[in-house]
Write a protein that binds this ligand. Structure first.
Ligand SMILES: Cc1cc2nc3c(=O)[nH]c(=O)nc-3n(C[C@H](O)[C@H](O)[C@H](O)COP(=O)(O)O)c2cc1C
Length: 229
């Protein structure tokens, strides 16, 4: 009987030691992981003497009302713009960056339902729609902003074509997006995977309901990442 108690006592202590060790190892790994990640992703742009490029993809819808009511379009100074296009314009004006629109050879439908269906089909097929616009003199730029709407919890498929086409190694890539609630989804992670030689900042996500009043927020963010005095 006594022997049984001693054995179960030893077993109990052994289990406690194992749990304690596992907890300590796990805790240490978490700390190491956090430190490594923080070290890897800079929070500001470090300039290397090149120019700034502000690229964007945006599809203003032709039906519905403007972004203040949740549609993918905005009327600014009497001009109809897509939500992401508007944000790109603000960034370009604030940073003096060249504006570049990522356009596809095929035209997306302007009406909401048709656009939703077309984008879903491309997403399901993991399509690479051909691009109609191409960056000249990419080597002149050291900072490349890349803006897009969240489509189906991801970046639109033309952005995959874009990142396939360009090697942005050595540059700082600054993603920004507009969305209906999903923010970036996993798009920033995907960009990091597709542009392994680039520094890809965490970027800036703006809800489509707030695009019309987003200018001050954009300027503050640009200041924070060192792109505005
Ligand atoms: C085809 C399509 C798919 C969308 N999918 C999502 C989504 O998965 N998550 C989300 O938050 N917003 C989604 N939205 C909303 C858009 O991200 C939002 O309206 C955006 O501001 C549109 O930007 P644009 O006017 O520059 O094209 C979707 C919009 C469209 C047209």
């Amino acid at each position: 009987m006594k022997k049984k108690y001693i054995i179960s006592g030893i077993s109990g202590i052994t289990i406690c030691v194992i749990i304690l060790c596992a907890f300590t190892i796990n805790k240490n790994m978490d700390i190491t992981e956090t430190v490594t990640l923080e070290e890897q992703i800079p929070t500001a742009v470090s300039r290397t003497g090149g120019k700034v490029l502000v690229t964007y993809f945006s599809v203003p819808e032709t039906d519905g009302v403007d972004a203040s009511s949740g549609a993918s379009r905005l009327v600014s100074d009497g001009k109809l713009q897509g939500n992401t296009e508007y944000v790109a314009t603000v960034i370009s004006e604030a940073t003096g960056g060249d504006l570049f629109e990522i356009k596809t050879v095929h035209k997306y439908p302007g009406t909401h339902k048709e656009l939703i269906d077309a984008a879903k089909k491309e997403s399901d097929e993991n399509a690479r729609p051909a691009l109609a616009t191409h960056i000249k003199n990419l080597k002149e730029y050291d900072v490349v902003f890349v803006g897009f709407p969240n489509w189906w919890y991801d970046m639109p498929q033309p952005l995959y074509t874009f990142f396939d086409e360009y090697d942005l190694s050595g540059k700082t890539v600054v993603p920004f997006c507009t969305h209906g609630g999903s923010r970036f989804s996993d798009a920033v992670k995907t960009i990091r995977e597709m542009e392994k030689g680039a520094i890809v900042l965490d970027g800036y996500a703006i809800s489509r309901d707030r695009v019309g009043s987003s200018k001050d927020g954009i300027l503050n963010w640009l200041k924070k990442i060192g792109m505005q005095d």
